[in-house]
Design a protein around this ligand. Structure first.
Ligand SMILES: *Cc1c(COP(=O)(O)O)cnc(C)c1O
Length: 354
């Protein structure tokens, strides 16, 4: 094994997927498994499918292309609303996409026509988190434009919460979506097949019985990969939190003061650092840094180790309470979703499927 590396335990991921698919299917909700967290690694994606996911979603078209090229055959949707400049690729590779701009949907339709295809569209509705989506009062007008387009299949509506504004999924914002779907069906006499009610942060609402009837789909990434409820950062019941771990190697261990010596200016990232003087400290340096991941998203598995901070290539640990750490030791970390995204994207971090 080479370091730093991310280890991905397929059995645990399949277990997580299976559990969450079961929660959802008991309420007639299908799971679109979200693959961006593992950058569309097809071996991992196959475990989502084994676990019961019926559809896949990714926010980057590159990942969708590689999944299709790897022979994944279930429908894959582009989650980030498409760029005008990528509509041709989107139509070519993705079965559908989430959208909020009529101009883009028109371009998707034109591209689909050229390729002799139909492209599925889920219209995103703004339910309060203030990221993508049309305002609820504009949904009917927007749908009337979409259903005119020859090579677009209007599949349904969706919303995204808990991402930018941190707004939690609630009975009210989910019911807004269900009611809008009813309005659409009555106004246009069409079926709204999909009501895509959210992401992993909606799972606890479902578990606690607070989800209104009518939601048909959850898009789940973090819940499957990390067993985490993003809205509270607490473990989801009956799931593994350690399916994916970071392992990194110690390159220096020395006892040094805890307070820097000399006048303190700005650090390598332009911030004025703050230190508490705790006297002498046994410190370890791990070969990993801010270029590889969001350090705030790391938590040592061994609770006797504390993270002090990092620069671009060095992670500093307080190992005063752990006498076993020495040069060459491998330190394991649990990951936040943000840390995982960075690590998976870094070419300096090896990925091992176990
Ligand atoms: C990333 C993403 C998701 C998955 O969110 P998780 O919190 O990881 O479950 C769902 N929907 C959209 C639009 C996304 O971009």
């Amino acid at each position: 094994m080479r370091f730093p590396c991310v280890t991905i335990n397929l059995k645990k991921i399949e277990h997580n997927a299976e559990k969450l698919v079961k929660w959802c299917s008991e309420r007639q909700i299908e799971v679109m498994a979200v693959t961006k967290g593992i950058c569309g690694l097809d071996k991992v994606v196959r475990t989502f499918i084994k676990g019961g996911a019926k559809k896949l979603g990714d926010s980057r078209i590159e990942n969708i292309v590689s999944l299709k090229q790897a022979g994944i055959s279930i429908p894959i949707y582009l989650l980030r609303i498409p760029m005008l400049s990528e509509v041709e690729d989107v139509v070519r590779w993705a079965d559908g996409s989430l959208n909020s701009e009529v101009k883009v949907i028109e371009a998707l339709s034109a591209a689909a026509k050229t390729l002799g295809k139909k492209h599925k569209v889920i219209l995103m509705v703004e339910a309060g988190d203030l990221r993508e989506g049309v305002m609820p009062e504009n949904v009917l007008d927007t749908v009337s434009e979409i259903i005119k387009l020859s090579n677009i299949e209007f599949e349904g509506i969706g919303t995204n919460l808990g991402c930018y504004g941190g707004v939690k999924a609630s009975y009210d914002n989910m019911k807004l979506l269900v009611d809008l779907a009813t309005d659409i069906e009555q106004t246009f006499g069409i079926e709204v097949k999909t009501i895509s009610g959210g992401n992993s942060s909606t799972l606890m609402l479902l578990k606690q019985g607070g989800l209104p009837k009518g939601i048909t789909q959850f898009r789940l990434g973090e819940g499957i990969l990390l067993g985490n409820d993003p809205s509270t950062s607490r473990p989801l019941p009956d799931t593994y939190q350690d399916a994916i771990l970071l392992k990194a190697e110690v390159i220096e261990v020395k006892t040094k003061p805890s307070y820097p010596i000399g006048e303190i200016g700005l650090d390598a990232f332009g911030n004025k650092p703050f230190f508490e003087d705790k006297g002498l400290m046994r410190r370890a340096i791990v070969a990993l840094g801010k270029q590889d991941c969001r350090i705030e998203g790391l938590a040592p598995v061994d609770k006797s180790i504390d993270i002090l901070g990092a620069s671009s290539d060095h992670l500093l640990l307080d190992v005063t309470k752990n006498k076993d750490i020495k040069v060459g030791s491998i330190v394991e970390f649990n990951l936040s979703y943000g840390a995982l995204l960075g690590l998976m994207t870094s070419k300096y971090v090896k990925k091992y499927i176990i």
